[in-house]
Design a protein around this ligand. Structure first.
Ligand SMILES: Nc1ncnc2c1ncn2[C@@H]1O[C@H](COP(=O)(O)OP(=O)(O)OP(=O)(O)O)[C@@H](O)[C@H]1O
Ligand SMILES: [Mg+2]
Length: 392
């Protein structure tokens, strides 16, 4: 490797751990995922005849998180070419080492292999049974002085999860706690965002800045239900889009399908640092129709104009936050497992809350890009109706 590889102390603590179960509990962006990915890469080079598993509860979420991160890191370090990569089965091989990426529902694949190292990404999404299934697969051959290990990475969102209730009492468990302060690679804007959470919602701040358990009881949307994509209707009465522009934050495009007044969501774009031309070519690639209405963040008139010139049917969204949220909350909305970013935002989209407990009408400004796109689309469209008549 001729690239400079830098490590945080989270890497070092995982590397030094001699326990079978290693809990990585911590706030947002504390370098948990990155460090475990680096550790697995190091082990792939240092050890041989080892089987590795990187897993997350669902496949769509695994694909865009750990799988993507791992492959990107191999490329960044200039070592990807040394691996045989079977993209169909999501397998990597290096010398006698084998690495599989799969979700927990892929039980045949998991049951048929004996692993030495397992990484459970966003481990609070799993059940205790899932964990036990994985732990029993930690039976790969090893030298006498080596240990097979399972690493869990998560934000402490669920006080009553199997991790907090059960695993922490186990004797073979190591506990590594981290926050953004352990990550020297974060930019100042993000650190400021985390610190600002303190005044917006203290529970949110505790989870994401301090990495401590707290109850997010001021969740905004309880009405968005998770179903399987296969159970979405085959056709819709009509489709609109919501579009939120970003730069450091992602630009988020959401497809909002309406059928019998029910809403079926599909996230289409979620990407940071997109130039206007990139956005337009991606929308062309995604076959976004020139007829469907797209409701956009009106703070960016130049971008809206560019989309209009490119042939898109764009409108400025009504950005009244309170009325918009009230409307969205009254609507029957469905999401599917493929909407990985939307589902995460939904779980973390909460109202601001004063320290005396009073819940405000405004959401915490954090991961709200698809949530905004949803409100722009649904609420602005609903206002087209005659007073008293609901369009949706
Ligand atoms: N060793 C490193 N070298 C360079 N950059 C790093 C390193 N570790 C972390 N980072 C940067 O910090 C960011 C956050 O790290 P990471 O995604 O691993 O945090 P996390 O603890 O998994 O966060 P979350 O709880 O939100 O999943 C990464 O996207 C990367 O940009
Ligand atoms: Mg992570």
């Amino acid at each position: 490797m001729n690239v400079k590889v830098e490590f945080s102390n989270v890497f070092r603590r995982n590397y030094d751990s001699r326990q079978r179960v290693v809990l990585n509990e911590g706030g947002a962006r504390s370098s948990k995922s990155y460090s475990i990915a680096q550790l697995f890469i190091k082990k792939l080079f240092d050890e041989d005849k080892k089987n590795f598993l990187i897993t997350r509860k669902t496949l769509p979420s695994l694909r865009i998180t750990s799988y993507k991160l791992f492959i990107d890191l191999l490329k960044q370090y200039g070592v990807y070419e040394n691996f045989t990569h079977n993209k169909t089965f999501r397998e990597l091989r290096y010398k006698d080492n084998y690495l599989l990426f799969t979700s927990i529902d892929d039980s045949t694949k998991i049951q048929s292999t004996e692993f030495n190292y397992i990484w459970m990404e966003e481990a609070e999404e799993f059940t205790y049974d899932d964990f036990i299934t994985l732990k029993t697969r930690l039976s790969g051959k090893k030298k006498e002085d080596e240990i097979n290990q399972i690493f869990l990475a998560y934000n402490p969102k669920k006080q009553f999860s199997y991790i907090n209730k059960q695993l922490k009492q186990d004797k073979d468990t190591d506990y590594i706690h981290s926050t953004y302060k352990d990550n020297p690679f974060l930019d100042n804007d993000y650190i400021q965002l985390l610190q600002d959470l303190r005044e917006q919602n203290y529970e949110y701040y505790r989870i994401f800045a301090l990495g401590e358990y707290a109850d997010l009881d001021s969740l905004i949307y309880h009405n968005i239900r998770l179903i399987n994509l296969e159970t979405y209707p085959e056709s819709y009465d009509y489709t609109i889009y919501g579009l939120d522009f970003g730069w450091n934050n992602p630009t988020a495009l959401l497809e909002i399908n309406v059928k019998d007044r029910r809403i079926y969501l599909k996230e289409k774009i979620y990407r940071s640092r997109m130039q206007d031309d990139d956005l337009i070519s991606l929308m062309n690639e995604l076959n976004i129709s020139n007829n469907d209405e797209i409701y956009c963040d009106c703070a960016e008139p130049d971008k809206i104009e560019k989309l209009r010139l490119a042939g898109y049917n764009v409108f400025e969204a009504d950005k009244d936050v309170k009325l918009g949220i009230d409307f969205v909350r009254q609507t029957e909305i469905y999401t599917c497992h493929e909407n990985v970013n939307l589902n995460k935002e939904r779980e973390e989209y909460v109202f601001k809350k004063r320290r005396d407990g009073l819940v405000m009408d405004e959401p915490v400004k954090m991961n709200d890009h698809l949530m905004d796109a949803l409100r722009y689309g649904l609420y602005t469209k609903s206002k087209e109706a005659e007073p008293g008549i609901r369009v949706l």
